[in-house]
Design a protein around this ligand. Structure first.
Ligand SMILES: [Zn+2]
Length: 72
């Protein structure tokens, strides 16, 4: 489910407008699970990482399935 008020979804939509579909594919390639099942890219230097798939990964997958509508 993509919430239009979700800041992560908004950032992903900006990414698509700016970088095109290939930037989403790059995002999907980067946000992969590490050995402990957490996102390797969302990890911070403190070691905190969301369980994979992270929000960004889920949103990118949704956007590849349903391209953004022009003018919204
Ligand atoms: Zn991630």
């Amino acid at each position: 489910m993509s919430d239009p008020d979700d800041p992560v979804a908004a950032a992903a939509q900006f990414l698509v407008r700016f970088g095109g579909p290939q930037s989403l594919r790059r995002l999907l390639a980067a946000h992969v699970p590490d050995a402990s099942g957490h996102c390797a890219t969302c990890r911070t230097h403190t070691g905190a990482a969301p369980v994979w798939p992270c929000r960004l990964r889920e949103i990118a997958e949704q956007m590849l399935d349903t391209p953004p509508q022009a003018g919204r």
